[in-house]
Design a protein around this ligand. Structure first.
Ligand code: AMP
Ligand code: GLY
Length: 420
């Protein structure tokens, strides 16, 4: 099969790399891809939000299947657009993608179907929001409704902080704001739970925990994710049953009642409070870096799984995983998540010898004249599989030490809750 993968991050390199191992795979194109994907695929420099151009490329090159990595084109309706031309696409449609595209859409669904989530209020203007804040408890959580790439969420410890957050959101810091969401703060531990769905059948697609803060000890600013480990230390059969029965299944039923269904990966960001799951947010894609952390554990052919999803035959597939622990550390450019330098040469990346338990997935890299340059905030993902998390992290750290690049930094404490 000829496959096109949309996106350019570590998630997409992991998808391309895993798909490249399939016996059904003939050729992969990454739109636009990165230096890592260029080794296993043809990178195609197109804008992922220019659907006409993507359609033309898919047509001209007789692509059999398109896999969408990031949320933006999904929320903008790329699946509906391509399916109109009878193209096979893996990912949810525009309505279903509202689960990530609009926090208010999801909150309303939670309300209607009794899905456990933080108590919340939706406010259409700053006067009403500020009136509510007069009697709010602190900390609270204030969110912009738009896709804000992990930003647009404020944890506020005082009324003063909350008032500022409301102003920043309505002032348009994250794009035009029609609403603001004020939520109760949930105290617990976060976990990512993934499923894959063909619209009728769903299968679990593993668990992970990521480290979103930039500094060790989970301190400092929020980032896209500094590292992750899988499985989550919180998961057990009873909790999984609750996640499925109280959160995932009612959500899919809600979508069905709206006249649609869910095809693709669905990522539930959960807060676990005393073995009870609460939904914090949905993402309509794999996580990044959770995807890089989870896919190395997959034993079943990923292309077969994805194709079965597009053909509504997921029920026929048995998804198998290794029992090993997986840990991923993200190497970032110094300065991330604020400003950082671009176009910095990474010297010896070409010389790494990786084995079946060690992986490097690129994120913000580009290849020029046979050299690899860092061009993004999150640059490389180092993953190791092992019998335990400590050993996995040691392996990752050994690889990172071999890398001759002083423009980067990483957190040395990824997985500290499962290691110390
Ligand atoms: P979101 O974009 O909704 O996932 O929020 C980003 C991060 O803010 C989450 O990963 C949590 O760490 C935190 N967060 C969001 N909502 C809540 C909440 N109601 N209680 C506690 N933490 C929250
Ligand atoms: N790692 C968080 C995310 O992918 O949204």
């Amino acid at each position: 099969m000829k496959i096109a993968i949309i996106g350019s991050g570590g998630r997409e390199h992991a998808l391309a790399s895993t798909i490249s191992k399939s016996s059904k795979m003939k050729e992969i194109f990454c739109i636009p891809g990165n230096a890592g994907t260029s080794k296993i695929a043809t990178n195609v420099q197109l804008d992922i939000n220019e659907f006409d151009e993507i359609h033309k490329f898919i047509n001209d090159n007789s692509i059999d299947l398109v896999v969408i990595g990031p949320e933006q084109p999904l929320v903008n309706g790329i699946v509906d657009y391509l399916e109109k031309f009878n193209i096979k696409v893996f990912g949810p449609n525009k309505i279903a993608s509202q689960l990530e595209g609009s926090k208010i859409f999801t909150k309303k669904l939670c309300q209607e179907y009794n899905i456990p989530t933080a108590n919340f209020g939706i406010f259409e203007n700053r006067i009403d929001a500020k009136k509510f804040l007069e009697n709010s408890n602190y900390p609270n959580v204030i969110k912009a409704d738009n896709l804000a790439a992990g930003k647009g969420v404020y944890i506020c410890n005082s009324k003063k902080e909350s008032l500022m957050a409301v102003d920043e959101i309505f002032d348009g810091k994250f794009g035009e704001a029609k609403n603001v969401l004020i939520e109760e703060f949930l105290e617990g531990e976060e976990m990512s739970y993934f499923i894959i769905s063909d619209g009728t059948t769903i299968k679990s697609f593993e668990t992970a925990q990521d480290h979103k803060r930039v500094l060790e000890g989970d301190n400092g600013k929020n980032t896209g994710g500094m590292g992750a480990y899988s499985p989550s230390r919180l998961i057990n059969n009873e909790l999984e049953d609750k996640i499925l029965s109280k959160i995932i299944k009612p959500t899919l039923k809600g979508l069905k009642n709206l006249g649609t269904e869910y095809k693709g990966f669905l990522y539930a960001g959960l807060m676990i409070v005393e073995n009870e799951p609460y939904l914090i947010e949905y993402n309509v894609r794999m996580g990044d870096p959770e995807c890089q952390t989870i896919l190395p554990k997959l034993k079943t052919d990923l292309l077969e799984i994805i194709e079965a999803c597009c053909d509504k035959k997921l029920a026929d597939i048995n998804i198998e995983w290794t029992n090993k622990k997986s840990l991923c550390v993200v190497l970032c450019s110094k300065g991330y998540p604020d400003t950082y330098q671009k176009n910095i040469l990474i010297n010896n990346l070409k010389n790494f010898n990786l084995d079946e338990n060690n992986f490097i997935f690129h994120a913000g890299t580009k290849k020029e004249n046979d050299e690899i340059y860092a061009i993004g905030g999150r640059v490389l993902n180092f993953i190791s599989l092992s019998d335990n998390f400590l050993q996995a992290r040691d392996e990752v750290h050994q690889s990172l030490k071999k890398l001759d690049w002083n423009g980067g930094f990483y957190r040395r404490d990824i997985g500290f809750k499962v290691i110390n």
